[in-house]
Design a protein around this ligand. Structure first.
Ligand code: NAD
Length: 445
């Protein structure tokens, strides 16, 4: 790839993907203008604060701004003027029909098209349905004659919240979907620092690779949870079983832990989006429907496990540690912890919660229906049971014996495998798990 010739880049959308992309590209020496249609978001960024928490991002943004390589604008026209590359990173939330809502992508494409003053390479980083890059290309051409001379590249993003910067800089692979090979040269210049293998594909293929990678991860998580559901009933050690299964390189150990299930703004909606696509083209979506169904069931199962230990949940205090859908982020979209809170409230339980970053967002959802603690210890004190719903690193440091002494009850659900079962039992806890059916065989020792 060509060595560092700085490129003028416009990034449209300063969310979790756009801001990380903009800050990393500026850090590599490019000149980056980030636009967002939310003026409040832009005002905050200009004032040096962000609308969300991502480790290391505030510093990277501050460096880019101080170095004069990163700036923010509430106007797409302003950001796109003179840009050689425009990267579209706007949201694609779930649509009412189960697919993805591409409205923001199409709006952004029209705004970009109107703003072009020279041909540019347009990179679609948002997760989209197959065929969207072609629609974007058509929109550009129909809106502005310059748009006809633009290359449109599909280059999906695979970063994970909580490790977004590292993931952007060092992805497992780069997927670059080109039409007739056009746009590849500039992509090489902009992303020359990335050492990962590059898969050059067609645009349709790139769009599907992103959606299907998320589908596979969801299927894997639901596989682990289905295995757990069966194995726990006969007293088998699920963590050991899945470690053994995942040790096969054909399977791999990632995303193979049982727990409360997956959430966030990507996996659930991308799986639903693919189900919708499969339905539309007459393909069989049952595998993915099952993966979502297993996932939705997890918080219900945990409520039932708690109820079978505590007798009746009515009036019981359940403490929940961790609310964000995963550690090191404050995203609570589709977070399993929130589904569990709803289950517990519906069963008449009292709920107290603690999260290192997401409490303010959760307060907007549940207001005074639940209690909010300032620390894990305060959350658990006096509770009848506690649940680890997100594996924040600080929870692994908790002194289990001291927690047990502060609690009224002794029931625990380690919904993320932070502690081993034996460790919890040694500290005096009863580990809630599915009640074996009367006929279920016990494993002989
Ligand atoms: P986000 O909701 O955090 O941010 C989207 C931003 O785009 C918002 O700030 C919004 O105001 C802005 N926006 C919307 N329409 C606009 C327009 N017409 N002009 C300018 N700004 C506009 O979304 P995100 O999490 O950054 O995700 C962006 C895309 O990347 C989605 O398709 C998502 O599925 C995908 N993705 C997300 C992640 C993740 O971990 N969050 C990872 C990989 C891929």
């Amino acid at each position: 790839m060509n060595e560092a010739v700085p490129v003028r880049i416009a990034v449209i959308g300063t969310g979790r993907v756009g801001l990380v992309a903009g800050a990393c590209l500026a850090d590599w020496g490019h000149h980056v203008s980030c636009a967002d249609r939310d003026p409040e978001r832009i005002a905050r960024l200009r004032a040096g604060t962000s609308a969300f928490f991502e480790p290391g991002l505030a510093e990277l943004v501050a460096n880019g701004v101080a170095g004069g390589r990163l700036r923010f604008s509430a106007s797409t026209a302003d950001a796109v003027r003179d840009a050689e590359m425009v990267i579209i990173c706007v949201g694609t939330p779930p649509a009412a029909n189960g697919g993805l809502d591409l409205g923001d992508v199409l709006d952004a494409s029209r705004e970009v098209a109107r703003s072009l003053t020279r041909p540019a390479t347009i990179v679609l980083k948002s997760t989209v349905l197959v065929g969207t890059a072609a629609i974007v290309a058509r929109t550009l051409a129909e809106t502005n004659p310059i748009g006809e001379r633009c290359d449109v590249v599909s280059m999906p993003e695979f970063l994970r919240e909580g490790s977004a910067i590292e993931d952007f800089r060092s992805p497992a692979r780069l997927i670059v979907g080109l039409e007739g090979g056009r746009g590849g040269e500039l992509i090489g210049r902009v992303f020359h620092r990335i050492q990962a293998p590059i898969h050059v594909t067609g645009r349709h293929e790139a769009e599907l690779i992103k959606q299907l990678a998320n589908c596979f991860l969801g299927v894997k998580v639901s596989f682990a949870n289905s295995v757990a559901d069966a194995c726990e009933r006969v007293g088998a050690n699920v963590a050991e079983i899945l470690r053994g299964v995942g040790a096969d390189p054909r399977i791999g150990s990632g995303y193979l832990s049982p727990g409360l299930g997956f959430g966030g703004s990507c996996l659930p909606k991308d799986i639903a989006g693919f189900i919708n696509f499969a339905d539309q083209v007459g393909a069989d979506p049952r595998l993915f429907v099952a993966a979502l169904g297993v996932n939705e069931r997890r918080p219900v199962d945990v409520r039932n496990d708690l109820a079978s230990c505590l007798g009746d949940l009515k009036g019981r205090m359940v403490a929940i540690l961790g609310l964000s859908f995963k550690p090191l982020t404050d995203t609570i979209v589709e977070a399993p912890a929130l589904a569990l809170v709803r289950q517990l409230l519906a069963a008449g339980a009292h709920v107290r919660v603690y999260d290192p970053a997401a409490t303010a967002r959760v307060r907007e959802v549940f207001s005074s229906d639940i209690e909010y603690a300032e620390s894990a210890q305060d959350c658990v004190a006096g509770a009848d049971a506690f649940v680890i719903a997100t594996e924040w690193p600080e929870f692994a440091e908790l002194d289990l014996s001291s927690l047990r002494r502060q609690m009224k009850g002794d029931v625990v659900v380690d919904g993320r495998g932070v502690f081993g079962r034996e460790q919890l039992e040694r500290a005096g806890f009863r580990v809630a798990r599915p009640h074996p059916a009367a006929a279920a065989p016990k494993l002989a020792n």
